[in-house]
Design a protein around this ligand. Structure first.
Ligand SMILES: Nc1ncnc2c1ncn2[C@@H]1O[C@H](COP(=O)(O)OP(=O)(O)OP(=O)(O)O)[C@@H](O)[C@H]1O
Ligand SMILES: [Mg+2]
Length: 253
């Protein structure tokens, strides 16, 4: 049986305070198998980015189960969650999110140094060469094109060799041709490293390159790409412990 990389059960999240409170995720059920590529589509404001933040462990769900690589995130301390994320999840954003006063090489080395890698800069150099930017290693983000910045961001996301790669509109700020090159790189690396890929996009052509497309509408999954709503997936067995219930070896730090 295929391994489940991501398992969400009745995930709910409200953001904001007072009058700006929004019930963003209203009961998300989702299974993603290891090595699968999933494109998430849906109207602006439907909760796609919020959903990615939850499954990356950057936002905590108010309710429900978030299980990544067999580990429920709910009961983890902030430190344990950061460490777990660093080892398991790579993230690429639409606006690159590079650190402006660090060179390309230093940016890629950041997650490796945080993980305590003894050869962070050697590995970072290899990752930069892999995305075709060996000769831009000492450039600052402001000295790089958008496409180059996104390739640096991809090298940074890939460097810790995550099992799961999450991308929020990774080509959204790029022209069509540059976007296609970044997408080619993304899918080539996903296949080569056998990663699970979850990608949000407004580009139907990019979504179509994923093995499965999921449609989100106002905080729920409207179509899970299996021809039925995810809510109809058979209920999980006793292994589905509620959030906050998990005794995690990873949390023991
Ligand atoms: N911190 C916050 N406080 C209150 N509401 C928020 C907050 N963050 C997001 N929201 C609301 O949650 C909803 C979903 O936002 P989200 O960014 O997930 O949408 P999206 O589907 O990614 O949209 P887009 O396609 O435009 O990127 C929006 O209505 C947004 O206004
Ligand atoms: Mg978004």
């Amino acid at each position: 049986m295929a391994e489940t990389a991501i398992r969400l059960r009745d995930v709910q999240l409200t953001l904001g305070t007072g009058r700006s409170t929004v019930h963003v995720l209203k009961g998300i059920d989702l299974n993603v198998q290891r090595g699968e590529s999933v494109g998430i589509v849906g109207p602006s404001g439907s909760g796609k980015s919020t959903l990615l933040m939850v499954l990356a462990g950057l936002e905590r769900a108010d309710k429900g189960l978030v299980e990544i690589a067999g580990t429920p995130l709910g009961g983890m301390s902030e430190d344990a969650l950061a460490s777990f994320r660093g080892r398991n999840v790579g993230i690429v954003f639409q606006s690159f999110h590079l650190i402006p006063n660090m060179t390309a090489l230093e940016n890629v080395a950041v997650p490796l140094e945080l993980a305590g890698s003894a050869d962070a800069f050697e590995r970072a150099a290899r990752e930069l060469a892999n995305v075709g930017l060996k000769d831009r290693a000492s450039h600052y983000p402001g000295e790089l094109s958008g496409g180059e910045q996104q390739r640096v961001a991809m090298a940074r996301a890939l460097a810790p060799e995550p099992a799961i790669l999450i991308a929020d509109e990774p080509t959204g700020n790029l022209d069509q041709e540059t976007g296609r090159q970044v997408a080619d790189l993304l899918f080539a690396e996903q296949a080569r490293r056998q990663m699970t890929l979850v990608l949000v996009t407004h580009d139907p052509a990019l979504a179509a390159r994923c093995g499965r497309t999921i449609a989100v509408r106002t905080g729920v999954i409207h179509d899970d790409g299996h021809g039925s709503a995810a809510a109809t997936v058979p209920a999980a067995g006793p292994a589905a412990s509620p959030v906050g219930d998990a005794a995690l070896p990873q949390a023991a730090r």
